[in-house]
Design a binder for this molecule. Structure first.
Ligand SMILES: Cc1cc2nc3c(=O)[nH]c(=O)nc-3n(C[C@H](O)[C@H](O)[C@H](O)COP(=O)(O)OP(=O)(O)OC[C@H]3O[C@@H](n4cnc5c(N)ncnc54)[C@H](O)[C@@H]3O)c2cc1C
Ligand code: FES
Length: 293
């Protein structure tokens, strides 16, 4: 258990450290893998939008853990949450090594970390906007909002959304990961690829703008590259639609100790201050983010 802080609302009181076995690893899309960890204590506590820090035991390069969002939890034979799925894009040192890890190998994991998504109440139409690997937090959130699964200990009650749509942008169709999972979660899909190999050719924000013209939307949640999230936040603000962003700020400790993950966030008094993404986020009200200082 971590030490509580009087300042941060999401200090990781509920987080713990485990060494857990990999039970499955498979390629979902180009350079994109789903790794399944047998971690029942974590699986029963974690909620959509929260993340874990993963580290490969016994290595000092990379020394530090890396943050990864919850993709989903899976039940065991007894019907209780048992495994935790993480979906990751191979990017650098840690994720390259992770892709070579086979079932049976162990990983160090600490979590659940961060605040996660809190649904703003009963919704007619929730829209998620994801760019690249930013789709990972939205499978669990879609399942929760469509009443297909409950998360947390005790399992939390979330008012259902009548409709859930994922606007998902990628470089090309071979990078699109987990489309079946989103469909099974009850999500309608709007795809954009930069090369036009699937869905609309162009930016996912164009797809969102079109959707907002045609449809009533009462909540937007977004994750991906910052310029995309800023554009999504602008589209939401122009229509006065509540919008939350899940930031992917690089992190060193994940528990509020190192300040490597700070972002400028607007305060009640209109001034901004740096906030730690790992314990004040990673999910923030989009209106509070200062995108450029
Ligand atoms: C809350 C949170 C949730 C995340 N969830 C996921 C997830 O579900 N799946 C996933 O694939 N990734 C996720 N990420 C990003 C992931 O943590 C990084 O891709 C990972 O740390 C890369 O580690 P690496 O050792 O392979 O690469 P490194 O060797 O550390 O870095 C390779 C290159 O990527 C850059 N880089 C590292 N981290 C980031 C970042 N966060 N944003 C932009 N550039 C970066 C480095 O500067 C470097 O140029 C998440 C990040 C955060 C903060
Ligand atoms: S990652 Fe260390 S304070 Fe956030």
């Amino acid at each position: 258990m971590m030490v509580a802080s009087s300042e941060a609302p999401f200090w990781p009181d509920d987080a713990a450290y485990w060494r857990v076995p990999i039970v499955d690893q498979r390629l979902l899309a180009r350079d994109t893998y789903r790794i399944r960890l047998r971690a029942p204590d974590l699986a029963e506590r974690i909620t959509p939008g929260q993340f874990v820090m993963l580290r490969i035991p016994g290595l000092n390069d990379p020394l530090l853990g890396r943050p990864f969002a919850l993709y989903d939890t899976i039940d065991g034979h007894d019907g209780r949450a048992c495994d935790v799925d993480i979906v990751y894009l191979v990017k650098g040192k840690m994720t390259r090594l992770l892709a070579d890890a086979a079932p049976g190998a162990e990983l160090e994991v600490w979590g659940p970390l961060g605040n996660g998504f809190i649904s703003p109440g009963p919704l007619r139409h929730a829209v998620f906007v994801a760019g690249g690997i930013g789709q990972t937090p939205f499978v669990a959130l879609a399942r929760e909002l469509t009443g297909r699964r409950r998360y947390g200990k005790p399992p939390r009650e979330v008012p259902a959304a009548e409709r859930v749509t994922l606007c998902y942008g990628a470089r090309s169709r071979d990078f699109l990961a987990g489309l079946d999972d989103f469909q099974a979660a009850g999500c309608r899909l709007r795809i954009a690829t930069e090369d036009g190999s699937q869905g609309a050719k162009g930016l996912v924000t164009d797809v969102l703008a079109e959707l907002l013209e045609a449809d009533d939307v009462d909540w937007i949640a977004t994750c991906g590259p910052e310029p995309m999230m800023e554009a999504v936040a602008d589209l939401a603000a122009a229509r006065d639609i509540p919008c939350h962003v899940s930031l992917e700020t690089p992190m060193a400790c994940g528990i509020g100790a190192c300040f490597s993950c700070v972002v400028p966030v607007r305060q009640e008094d209109g001034q901004w201050d740096y906030k730690r993404t790992c314990i004040e986020g990673p999910v923030f009200d989009a209106k509070r983010i200062v995108w450029e200082i």
